[in-house]
Structures are given as C-alpha cells and as structure tokens.
Design a protein around this ligand. Structure first.
Ligand code: C5P
Length: 292
C-alpha cells in the first residue's frame, strides 16, 4: 500500500491526574498534566476500491477490524462532516499497527482515533474547521481531543479543555502487566470525587523542578486500580527500585511509568524490569517536549 501518508498514535501519559468533581451526566471532572511518548501505534492511509481496515503490530490480533473500532468511527464521522462541507471523501485502506497494549490507560484507542482524524484530513486533502474538529473528537471519546494535539498540556473539564504547557522531555519506561482495565469500572470504584485540583504549575522548564512538583501530585485513579489489579503496586515499587525519579500509573491503568534522569538509565531499567516481569509489556521511550 502507498506508504506516503503515515501517522503515529502516541501513547498518552497522565503525569498527574486529579479527579475534582462529577458532572450530572456521570462524567468526571479532571485536572491532569498530560504528555505524550515517542512510542505509539502506527497508521497508514492509502487509496482503495472500498473502505478497509487491516491490523498488524504486536497487539493487532486482539482487535476486531469489523467491530466498533474507534478508527472506523473516526473515519465515518470525519467523512460525513467533510461531505457536508462539499468535500469528497473516497474509500480508504487504513492499516493500523497496534503496538501499544489495549485498555491500558495510555489512550491507545483514543490516540488511534485522533491519528485517523489527522491522517484522513491529509489523505482527503481537506480540513475541518478547528472548532468542528474538536466537537467531533470529543464525540469519539474524552481523551481524543488531547490525543489530537499530542503535546504536553493541562486537561480540564472531562478532558476536553486543553492548555499547552512548556514541559521538558523525560526519559521514560512504560510497564503494563497485560491485564486490561475497564475505565468506567475504575471511575465507579472511586471513594472521593471532590479532590483538590493541581496547584499552580512551576514557572521553570527545568526537569528537576518538574519532578519535585510531580512528586507532590497524584493519580486519583491509582488506588481503585490497585485494588482491582494488585500487580500495579508491585510494578510501581519495581520502577522506583530501578532508579525512577518518579513512578506512577497513567490514566485508569494498568500501565505504569517511571521517569529517569537519562536515557541510558531508562534503558538499563527496562532490561532489569523485563527480566523480573517476563510476561509484561515493557518499553523504554522518551516523552515529547513542549513549549507553551
Ligand atoms: O470518553 P471515553 O469513552 O473515553 O470514556 C470511557 C468511560 O470513562 C466513560 O464512559 C466514563 O464512564 C468514564 N470517564 C469519566 N470521566 C471522564 C472520562 C471518562 O467518568 N472524564
């Protein structure tokens, strides 16, 4: 297939996630510092006689190309919106290399949907106005708007109110026990939904200042996820023992991450963790830097 249009669906990392309230419709209000990893799924877009979705990558066999894949939903919603504006949106072959673990708290499905929106606008040579694109992204999921931008940011509201943040890049290790976690189930198990928001962000762009700041912050979804998947606690302890400056869970889990002083430390830690947890997904990567 024509490899010219390619998008990376980067893993979303909640460096901190505070649950501050709940809306009348049941969705939770969040205050989250989010960044994105170099690691992600790969998507390619090519001409085709009929719409097709094919799957590859380490976890591709676990997904259903026919079912309610968010890539297909994103394609159909974008096509409809563009056609209403008079643009052609001909059939497309989308190939998804699913390399991120599934139901893992790192936004895999949301990032795939967001990458589909970015890639198909390029493929169809048409852009939706920013506001319409934001509405469409949110329709696909609360994390899709942040995955569309794939840069360091603060997410508020239910995840759709986004403010860019100047954040340095971090060397990172991702660890997932390959136990899928249901996001609604984790939100249901929360004991408190009125936690304090994030304190004001540090003014400096220096990594050590950010790490000191983050040590005092939480992921409020971590306690309910730990109670459901007990290995999460072991993974966070193992990340700390491997030299991580900060170890936390991302999103609703079960992926945990460690931030390291240098890339070689992250690589050494990932090798040590792989020996200790041979069944787990373990990946040394880096987060993307951002300027405000
Ligand atoms: O929007 P998305 O489909 O990704 O959300 C999955 C589920 O996670 C929602 O149905 C809801 O139960 C929960 N959720 C929430 N508050 C958020 C985001 C998600 O309660 N801000």
């Amino acid at each position: 297939m024509d490899p010219s249009i390619h998008e990376t669906a980067r893993a979303k990392i909640n460096l901190a996630l505070h649950v501050t309230g709940r809306r009348a419709d049941g969705y939770h209000l969040l205050d989250s510092l989010v960044t994105f990893a170099e690691a992600g799924d790969g998507l390619r877009f090519a001409s085709s006689a009929a719409d097709r979705l094919t799957l590859g990558g380490r976890f591709g066999a676990l997904l259903d190309a026919e079912g309610d894949n968010l890539v297909v939903k994103a394609r159909d919603l974008l096509r409809l919106a563009l056609q209403e504006l008079g643009h052609a949106a001909p059939p497309v072959h989308i190939h998804l290399d699913k390399d991120l673990p599934i139901a893992a708290g790192i936004g895999g499905g949301s990032a795939d949907a967001a990458a589909t929106l970015r890639g198909l606008q390029r493929f169809w040579n048409a852009t939706l106005p920013d506001e319409a694109l934001a509405v469409l992204a949110l329709k696909l999921g609360a994390d899709v708007p942040m995955c569309l931008s794939s840069r360091p940011l603060i997410a508020r509201g239910i995840g759709e109110a986004l403010t860019p943040v100047a954040l340095p890049a971090f060397s990172m290790v991702l660890v997932n026990p390959l136990i899928g976690v249901s996001t609604p189930e984790i939100f249901r198990r929360l004991e408190r939904r009125d936690n304090a928001p994030l304190p004001p962000l540090p003014p400096s762009g220096d990594a050590s200042v950010w790490l000191d700041y983050l040590k005092d912050q939480r992921n409020d979804l971590e306690p309910p996820a730990r109670s459901l998947v007990s290995v999460i606690g072991q993974l966070i302890t193992a990340l700390e023992e491997s030299g991580a400056r900060l170890a936390r869970m991302s999103g609703s889990g079960a992926t945990c991450f460690g931030l390291y002083a240098a890339e070689r430390d992250a690589i050494a830690a990932s090798e040590q963790l792989a020996a200790r947890f041979p069944e787990a997904y373990i990946k040394a990567t880096r987060t993307l830097p951002g300027d405000a």
